[in-house]
Design a protein. Structure first.
Length: 355
């Protein structure tokens, strides 16, 4: 997100020609749901317009997001669109919880030495956090774009850029966050949706309805229903009685699913990356009138498949580790690590991903 041109445009407009209005309470309270809806619209329109093979459809989608980002920059200070609504930012922020890096602040230094909170409000020529998120209050990677402003501003070197174990954030949370509870089931649904649209079952539905758009819409709605149902039902079978009755079992189970969802998303995009990225030079050469076809590279299908399988299996192992740690922390009578009887939903989802 720190390199996003749409966010950069919003940031530029907010600095030089913004009305600097306060972000409405409606956007602050319901931006998460607007972003979730936007994410579903993006995946639906991607399928309807064959976006992976249509530069025009891709350009229209990016232009729509850029328009919203520009309007936000003209009305509000900082990156209000990026912080509260952007569907791509919500997706990237959720996946960043599996990251091996983080930016966190030394709270002892912040509470003892700091009186100005310059990392949030800004100082002199340096702007404060563009995402309305001071490092002294940051508990996750969700809303941090790693711009580094807080590191430059702080005279006490409280903010630090740290390395960590992948997924460490997933078992150190104190209470489940609404962002994860809302977004992850929808991401799981879009992943199942992208797989379903290439199966014989979808072709039968399309032939029955004789409407491509309607068939895709029903398929997406069906996958959302299945995703939520799967999470709610399996969470009850995995967790025994919780030590905190206010915490929902489904919200805990969602955290354990995140590494598996992340590795599948990565493996899903691995094929176009390894098979098409190496064709950039030949395509560029044709645009410029040169024959650079000999400079093209691409991976063999068998190699890509092996990497995809390894990624999904790595996600399964990480999800099992996270699930066991969450059970240990939240179950009232934790007795044994997660076995197949409790971990079968992860195995089932991995098998579906591989299929």
């Amino acid at each position: 997100c720190s390199l996003c041109p749409m966010g950069a445009l919003s940031d530029l407009l907010s600095k030089f020609c913004s009305k600097r209005l306060s972000v409405p309470r409606f956007i602050r309270n319901y931006g998460l749901y607007l972003g979730a809806l936007g994410m579903l619209v993006i995946f639906w329109s991607e399928a309807v317009s064959s976006m992976p093979f249509s530069p025009r459809a891709t350009a229209i989608m990016l232009l729509c997001i850029t328009t919203f980002a520009a309007i936000s920059g003209l009305l509000y200070s900082r990156r209000a669109w990026c912080r509260y609504v952007c569907p791509l930012g919500k997706l990237a922020g959720l996946m960043s919880r599996c990251s091996v890096v983080e930016l966190r602040s030394n709270l002892n230094v912040c509470n003892t030495n700091c009186t100005t909170h310059g990392c949030y409000v800004g100082e002199k020529a340096l702007a404060g956090c563009p995402m309305y998120e001071g490092p002294f209050s940051m508990k996750s990677n969700q809303d941090c774009i790693l711009c580094g402003n807080c590191i430059k501003i702080c005279p006490d070197n409280a903010p630090k850029f740290n390395l960590r174990l992948p997924g460490h954030e997933l078992w150190t949370f104190l209470t489940p966050e609404k962002t994860v509870s809302v977004l992850l089931p929808l991401i799981l649904a879009t992943q199942l949706f992208r797989g379903m649209e290439t199966t014989p079952l979808f072709y039968q539905l399309e032939g029955l309805l004789d409407q491509h758009v309607v068939s895709l819409s029903l398929c997406l709605v069906g996958m959302i229903f299945i995703s939520y149902l799967f999470i709610r039902l399996t969470a009850s079978s995995i967790f025994s009685k919780l030590s905190d009755p206010e915490v929902k079992k489904a919200d805990l189970f969602i955290y354990s699913l995140l590494p598996l969802c992340f590795t599948f998303e990565l493996s899903y995009h691995l094929e176009p990356l390894l098979r098409r990225a190496g064709l950039i030079l030949p395509v560029l050469g044709r645009q410029l009138g040169f024959n650079w076809d000999t400079l093209g590279l691409h991976a063999a299908s068998s190699s890509v498949t092996v990497f995809q399988l390894l990624l999904v299996l790595a996600g399964l192992i990480t999800s099992r580790v996270v699930l066991n740690k969450i059970r240990e922390d939240y179950e009232a009578h934790y007795t044994a690590p997660t076995n197949l009887r409790r971990g079968w939903p992860l195995v089932l989802l991995s098998a579906v991903y591989i299929y």
